[in-house]
Design a binder for this molecule. Structure first.
Ligand code: NAP
Length: 298
């Protein structure tokens, strides 16, 4: 992907991602593709915003006419008190990664859920009626629980290195879903995890990221023998040690880059209130993936 030479003037409608740290974000590259495709006068920037500066940064962005924002680590939960409203799905997940400007302030959405759902579906991973394991109990695990519910999984077992956090995640999600149909959900210990069937696994810890010293979320090699379908949220590198092990044991693995792409696509569609065609979305995804391939091999 060639970097577009952005043309900005007094009518440019601005968007941005806030996060801390932000130096390694891929969001501007993805949104640049969308902007080029729709041919409108838009620009997308990235800002390093600490949690302490979030309220001021949001006020500033609104005062300066920003049309929409994305939020990444560690702001997705912290942003909620500053919003004028929040979409029901984002409320259920308890995390917001997309803001849209309204007359009164910014309104919050969660597009990570859509991103993960699309990551699974486009890789032929269908959770309906299945027993699913989620590794991790942080923000991305909340999205994974929501995806399992929406896709009609039969049961979800959450494993986290800090067991109490997994218990708390399940408790809170059950509370958020009161009155709705949900999979059977529980937290499991490492011993239980290693001794139960686990053909479907969603990996939501940062283990395997280039900047993280732990290469794997689960060290025991036997764990990987039973996995038939796996999705990893980590996208740098594209082929994580987790996915490589799953594939080397004959399982199918979906990488986090496609989740990243689809969450961005949904955010852009929320902002423009219009969707790209399937063909446009597919073509831009290919372009992004080949750009990322080059990036990792530089
Ligand atoms: P988070 O809220 O900090 O949660 C991280 C979870 O992983 C916690 O449960 C933590 O366990 C566990 N964990 C952390 N380091 C670990 C390690 N070395 N080994 C095993 N478990 C570990 O983070 P998050 O927001 O969920 O983000 C997690 C990952 O998802 C990040 O790499 C992020 O970049 C990625 N992500 C990707 C996308 C995408 O579009 N592809 C979207 C969102 C997030 P403890 O509770 O014990 O600390």
């Amino acid at each position: 992907m060639k970097r577009a030479s952005m043309s900005v003037d007094g009518r440019t409608r601005c968007f941005a991602v806030f996060g801390h740290p932000i130096g390694h974000t891929f969001s501007p590259m993805i949104h640049e593709l969308f902007i080029r495709e729709c041919g409108e006068n838009l620009a997308y920037l990235a800002f390093d915003v600490t949690p302490e500066n979030l309220e001021d940064a949001l006020r500033g962005a609104w005062a300066m006419g920003f049309r929409g924002l994305n939020l990444t680590i560690p702001l997705k939960e912290r942003v909620i008190p500053y919003l004028t409203g929040i979409d029901p799905l984002a409320r259920k997940v308890g995390a917001v990664n997309t803001l849209k400007r309204t007359e009164e302030g910014f309104y919050g959405y969660n597009t990570d859920v859509y991103g993960m759902q699309s990551q699974l579906r486009t890789n032929g991973i269908h959770l309906q009626g299945q027993d699913v394991v989620i590794l991790g109990a942080g923000g991305a695990a909340k999205s994974a629980l929501c995806v399992c519910q929406m896709e009609g999984a039969k049961s979800v077992s959450v494993y986290n290195r800090t067991y109490e956090r997994a218990t708390e995640l399940v408790r809170r999600f059950e509370e958020a879903c009161r009155g709705e149909e949900t999979p059977r959900m529980r937290a499991v210990s490492l011993e239980e995890l290693l001794n139960m069937p686990h053909p479907y696994v969603i990996q939501t810890t940062p283990a395997g990221m280039l900047s993280v010293s732990d290469r794997l979320p689960i060290r025991e090699e036997s764990f990987y023998e039973d996995i038939r379908y796996a999705a990893d949220v980590v996208f740098n590198p594209k082929d994580t040690p987790f996915l490589s092990l799953v594939r080397s044991h004959g399982g199918k693995g979906a990488d986090g880059l496609s989740m990243l792409y689809y969450q961005a696509l949904k955010a852009f569609e929320i902002w423009r209130e219009t969707a790209f065609s399937k063909e446009q979305a597919r073509r831009m995804k290919e372009e992004f993936l080949s750009w990322a391939e080059g990036f990792f091999h530089e």
